[in-house]
Write a protein that binds this ligand. Structure first.
Ligand code: ADP
Ligand code: MG
Length: 361
């Protein structure tokens, strides 16, 4: 199996529309790379460039030792799964899956039958093999689209938001199936989604994209524990990370009455962004000893949202106007508009440059 490489890939539609800006990535055998980012950040365009459905303005795409940048889609040995499934409505499940194989010259009918039957069985499609797409549910159609990609045994798999047309329950189920399915595939996978849960659960590597640029390329756990900048910190994690602008003085950063020690840094800037995830915030009384009271954030509870497993509690920080900190807390307690002290482990704080947004530790 061959490695997929993108080298300084760029796609310009017009001076103002540059959906892909200098993207360089490697996806090796057995790797599952997810392109994660908000709508319009260039995920689908990047995938379409790899598939050959668009031509890059600059840059190179390699599969193993082949330069495929200007090859026709059919000559790249890539299989792509689209959000819309793109099945042939007049063909049965079997014919849809076999269709991509019939384009190949050197394959016998019995070999096609063997491959389709085998993949159909692994996807639980055996019973549905003679049905047409119109008689299938959304989840079943998605499985046929996957099956069509799998029977080809391509050098590279591309999947563009394959779960977004499924309802929440089914999405969770098919996500787990996808994970199992691709864990036994050797070919590199590039998966596109705006859904952070899909990115975190499925990937061996995640590339977070914003405005056509890769913001961070790392395994999922590092994307979460060491976000490279404020964009990644704010985009990954739900509920969203608290991001507060603090004034620096000596070795401390301050917001109203709240004072916290700065990490070691060569020069202390006048202001700094402090990031704290809601799941890392606790209450002083419940979490005694986590951090001394002067380093707690004092504030008034003004909103409690019951998320089922936990409460998301919003607190207005005392001594400053309209700054809110949100904490994810056990839902065994009833909240009024009371004054509370929020505490957190100092090792769980994130620090970012106010101007560039870059991580500072
Ligand atoms: P994503 O998949 O991340 O939502 P896309 O890659 O589809 O984003 O689109 C990125 C940007 O490129 C968008 O602003 C979109 O409008 C623009 N774009 C995509 N395709 C074309 C095209 N064929 N012509 C002009 N602009 C396009
Ligand atoms: Mg898209």
């Amino acid at each position: 199996m061959a490695k997929l490489q993108l080298k300084n890939l760029n796609k310009t539609y017009s001076p103002k529309v540059v959906p892909v800006k200098d993207i360089s990535l490697d996806v090796s055998e057995g790797e599952f790379l997810t392109l994660l980012g908000p709508s319009g950040c260039g995920k689908s365009t990047t995938l379409r460039l790899i598939a050959g459905l668009e031509q890059p303005t600059r840059g190179e795409i390699r599969i193993g030792d082949r330069d495929v940048t200007y090859l026709r889609p059919g000559d790249r040995d890539i299989a792509m799964v689209f959000q819309s499934y793109a099945l042939y409505p007049h063909m049965t499940v079997y014919e849809n899956m076999a269709s991509s194989l019939k384009l190949r010259k050197k394959i016998s009918n019995s070999e096609i039958e063997r491959l389709v039957t085998e993949v159909a069985a692994s996807l639980g499609l055996t019973e549905l093999i003679d049905r047409k797409p119109g008689k299938l549910s959304g989840g079943q159609r998605q499985r046929v689209a996957l099956g069509r990609a799998l029977v080809r045994q391509p050098e590279v798999f591309l999947l563009d938001e394959p779960l977004s047309n499924l309802d929440a329950l089914l999405r969770e189920k098919v996500r787990a199936e996808l994970k199992q399915l691709f864990s036994s595939q050797k070919a590199p996978v590039v998966y596109v989604t705006h859904d952070q849960t899909e990115a975190m659960t499925l990937s061996t590597k995640v590339a977070v994209l914003n405005s056509g640029n890769v913001q961070q390329l790392d395994p999922p756990h590092l994307i979460y524990t060491r976000p490279a900048n404020q964009f990644v910190a704010g985009f990954v994690g739900s509920p969203q990370m608290n991001l507060l602008v603090l004034k620096c003085q000596g070795n401390f950063a301050q917001l109203g009455d709240f004072r916290v020690r700065l990490p070691d840094m060569p020069t202390v800037p006048p202001e700094i962004v402090l990031g704290i995830r809601p799941e890392h915030v606790g209450f002083a009384d419940a979490e005694a000893g986590k951090m001394s009271a002067p380093e707690a954030i004092k504030g008034e509870v003004f909103l409690v949202e019951n998320l089922g497993m936990q409460n998301l509690v919003s607190v207005r920080v005392k001594g400053v106007d309209s700054v809110t900190v949100r904490a994810l807390l056990p839902n065994d307690r009833h909240w009024n508009s009371e004054i509370v002290e929020l505490v957190f482990g100092p090792q769980l704080l994130h620090w970012f440059d106010v101007k560039t947004g870059d991580r500072l530790q």
